[in-house]
Design a protein around this ligand. Structure first.
Ligand code: ZN
Length: 460
């Protein structure tokens, strides 16, 4: 048996791990590189294995950095099966079609005929047609806690990771020559304090674990303090007559914020008259998917849905799907809370809102998620001034808030507890920046801990 790593190596994006066993190949996730590694070359580069040789993809969750290269995998010859939970399948469809459309748009003016399967400069990484072809490979759905047969003697079990709707850790039990190993992939692990989603369950026991380390070096601020900070920042900004811009991940963070804003109104912490714009077609569609998966929600939110009292609805909430509606928001001078993607401001509509508001001192920008090195979000958080947005240097005069308790990831203490519960003798660290990994490795003590490099492989 061999385990090899083809992304998320000392970095938080591009998750892609391969298990080879008894002549079969199992891929866990196939994500896109984002942020400083969003270079076309990097995403268009070789996978480090032959896509046609992969039998199964087991998908932990629908974030772009875990599923975003699946259409490329199909385009380059993958003909196997993709297995995910129902909610992950629904969300991954949104995410993959969205990125395919963006790819087509970005390259529409420079499009040239394709030769072979390599991406030439000026060509999209993949098209909507590739994404639709890839979606056909989602044949079976996983249910939490139920083993799925993959091959004689080999099965996989998905357990709730509490990170985003449908997210899972995956226990793969491959068998070779009468020997079975328990290999557990954490996927991304959720924050137990998430007000909307259930906390990650205790993990199963495993011999080998591959664990994410996004927050391997630090604790979160408590959720209650973060919610107070959010309410305070919004109230202050609206009373100054400015707008609040929140770069928002479309999956999970947007819905969590709607839920928290609704609670704020009910508790008289926020004014019911405030105008909230969810300016993200994907976030709007994802919000609709939430209502179909009450099994993953905290009891309070699930109960409200069952009573037909949508916990994600607000009196002043506007969904702006159309581009023209989004552009019209540029004329709103004050009194608006605008939530738009991308979460790390690497692209998308939020860049326009930042351009129109970040130079105005009555406005504020609220960062409520992880910001990878090299992204516009990280530059603003680190105090860069001016910042380069859409071809212009813009001075930063708005108030900048970084509220880190909203993280969708487990913090160091939660990761350590999770790891201890697995009882694993051998550990591979992925999905973290090198400093976070080293800090986490030192907390694991003397255990067998590796920080794999790109395309590095290990005998199990
Ligand atoms: Zn994730």
């Amino acid at each position: 048996m061999r385990l090899s790593f083809h992304g998320a190596d000392r970095d938080v994006t591009g998750s892609c791990h391969l298990v080879e066993c008894a002549g079969r190949r199992f891929l866990i996730d196939c994500g896109l590189y984002q942020g400083s590694r969003a270079l076309a070359d990097e995403n268009a580069g070789d996978f480090g294995f032959d896509p046609a040789s992969v039998d199964f993809v087991l998908l932990t969750h629908a974030h772009l950095d875990h599923c975003g290269r699946l259409p490329l995998l199909t385009k380059r010859g993958f003909r196997g099966e993709i297995i995910a939970t129902v909610a992950t399948g629904e969300l991954a469809r949104l995410v993959m079609l969205d990125v395919a459309r963006l790819q087509e748009e970005e390259h529409s003016s420079t499009h040239r005929p394709r030769h072979g399967t390599d991406n030439k400069p000026g060509e999209p990484l993949f098209t909507v047609a590739d994404a639709l072809e890839c979606l056909k490979a989602f044949k079976r759905s996983a249910r939490y806690g139920e083993a799925i047969d993959l091959a004689p003697g080999t099965h996989a079990t998905f357990v709730d990771a509490g990170h985003i709707l449908g997210s899972a850790s995956i226990l793969l039990e491959p068998e070779e020559a009468g020997r079975t190993l328990r290999v557990l992939f954490s996927g991304d692990l959720g924050n137990a304090a998430d007000p909307l989603l259930l906390a990650p369950g205790p993990p199963p026991r495993a011999d080998v674990v591959v664990v994410e380390t996004t927050y391997g070096d630090r604790p979160h601020k408590p959720m209650d303090a973060s919610i107070d900070e959010l309410y305070g920042a919004i109230s202050d900004t609206l009373s100054r007559g400015g707008n609040v811009i929140i770069p928002t991940f479309a999956l999970e963070r947007a819905q969590e914020l709607l839920f928290v804003l609704r609670q704020g109104i009910e508790k008289d912490r926020l004014m019911a008259s405030m105008q909230v714009f969810l300016d993200s077609p994907m976030a709007i569609s994802a919000t609709e998917i939430f209502a179909r998966h009450l099994e993953s929600l905290q009891p309070e939110a699930a109960q409200l849905f069952r009573q037909d009292r949508d916990p994600l609805a607000l009196p002043g909430l506007h969904f702006t799907r159309e581009r023209a509606e989004s552009v019209a928001l540029n004329n709103v001078r004050g009194g608006a809370i605008i939530m738009a993607g991308a979460g790390m401001a690497t692209g998308g509509r939020v860049r326009h809102h930042l351009k129109h508001n970040i130079w105005r001192e009555e406005c504020s920008v609220l960062f409520v998620g992880f910001a990878a090195k090299g992204t516009l979000a990280r530059q603003i958080i680190d105090g860069q001034n001016p910042v380069h947005i859409l071809g212009e240097d813009i001075p930063v005069r708005a108030k900048i808030h970084t509220i880190n308790g909203f993280s969708a990831h487990a913090d160091q203490a939660e990761l350590l507890k999770w790891h201890e519960h697995t009882g694993a003798a051998r550990t591979f660290l992925t999905h973290g920046e090198a400093d976070a990994m080293r800090a986490f490795a030192s907390r694991l003590g003397k255990k067998d801990v590796q920080m794999p490099a790109l395309n590095q492989s290990f005998d199990l």
